[in-house]
Design a protein around this ligand. Structure first.
Ligand code: G6P
Length: 367
């Protein structure tokens, strides 16, 4: 396998920067641009008949699944439960025949995810595998495979696989919405056009890199960092915290904004940076309250938002990373870029081994 870093210092940087290109391959595979529709391979079930979807995975793939839960429930009006594969496989959750299980795995070899796939099949579920390696065990054992087409990912901390998983799952969610009649043909065209804008929006987002490099100097001094988000930005805040932990070894936690009062607020002081992931959406006001609570306790806020959000946010103690305005559905994909760059630049300042962080493996094939 011949993959080099190109002009980048690390594979992780290369993989962050190639996302506009690779995600356009993913969308190119699942979208028909002439008809502005989503086209998936034939599914081994009728979405109209599906009563329940379980999503299971590990690590970053799990958080891609947690984002997809919001999309599938919203577009497909089907109840979804997302679960850590190592819990799912042993919990013996009852799965009624006729259900669908989605397993997500970059490598397609993660032991717990594979065991979950086998459990789901035993329970009569149809299994959809969202994988990067099409020859993997998980791909072979699934009923249908949706390749994410991210190309080889070398950095241990997953970046481009995450956003390509999101792109694939977004297309699957729209397919559910169309089949169930929740989305009109017009809704689908609009979503497809929004997906086509993602590479350009990601390219814009990458331009924040120098600003993030400056912010990272503050983050590198922190002992703990809190990430907050609501809706699909909640799982993205979990992913942001995971990324920072993995490569900079700074303790970080992701929380749903509404849970701030139920614990993490006790930790806020001048030494604790809080990364708030919040485009100006219908619940932005709630996030503003969260920021006021953090600011009142001296917490330093890094707000990742859009121009409207930047204007509506309290001015004090907030550093802003401003992305273009975009439809809510594409936010988790585009907002991933600053989230990844925050972790990357912080780790570079800390001097860690970014591509091979201590104690971590790219693929966990044993329990
Ligand atoms: C390891 C990797 C993570 C990855 C997780 C799941 O922990 O370090 O980057 O998200 O495994 O891997 P998979 O190949 O199943 O997506």
């Amino acid at each position: 396998l011949l993959v080099d870093k190109g002009n980048h210092r690390h594979f992780m940087a290369k993989e962050i920067y190639e996302q506009p290109e690779v995600i356009s391959h993913t969308f190119g595979h699942y979208l028909d641009l002439d008809t502005e529709t989503v086209c998936l391979p034939e599914l081994p079930f009728d979405p109209k008949e599906v009563q329940h979807i379980s999503i299971t995975a590990c690590g970053t793939a799990l958080y891609a699944g947690a984002v997809a839960e919001y999309w599938l429930e919203r577009f497909g009006r089907v109840p979804v439960s997302t679960d850590i594969a190592s819990e799912f496989r042993y919990r013996e959750t009852p799965l009624a025949p006729g259900g669908v299980t989605i397993v997500i795995s970059q490598s397609g070899e993660t032991a717990d995810t594979l065991a979950s796939l086998r459990y789901a099949k035993e329970c009569g579920q149809k299994v959809v595998a969202v994988v990067n390696v099409p020859t993997s065990t998980i791909a072979r054992e699934a009923d249908v495979v949706l390749p994410i087409l991210a190309g080889p990912e070398i950095g241990v901390a997953s970046t481009k696989a995450f956003t390509c998983q999101l792109a694939t799952l977004a297309c699957l969610s729209v397919a559910f919405g169309r089949a169930k009649g929740v989305l009109s043909a017009d809704d689908e065209h609009k979503l497809v056009r929004a997906f086509m804008e993602v590479p350009r929006l990601m390219t814009e987002a990458l331009k924040l890199s120098p600003e993030i490099e400056v912010l990272a100097r503050t983050l590198a001094k922190a002992r703990d960092v809190l990430y907050l988000g609501r809706g699909t930005n909640y799982p993205l805040s979990l992913e942001g915290a995971l990324k920072l932990k993995e490569i900079s070894y700074i303790h970080a936690e992701g929380y749903a904004g509404g849970e701030l009062k139920h614990g993490p607020i006790a930790l806020i002081d001048e030494k604790m940076p809080v990364v708030v992931i919040a485009p100006h959406d219908r619940i932005f006001d709630k996030t503003v309250s969260n920021m006021e609570e953090v600011a009142a306790r001296g917490g330093k806020i890094i707000l990742v938002t859009d121009p409207k959000g930047a204007e509506a946010a309290p001015v004090n103690a907030v550093q802003k990373l401003i992305l273009p305005e975009m439809p809510a559905t594409v936010c988790p994909m585009v907002y991933s870029i600053p989230v990844q760059l925050i972790a990357y630049h912080t780790a570079v300042i800390m001097g860690t081994d970014v591509d091979q962080p201590r104690n971590l493996a790219k693929s966990v094939t044993v329990e």
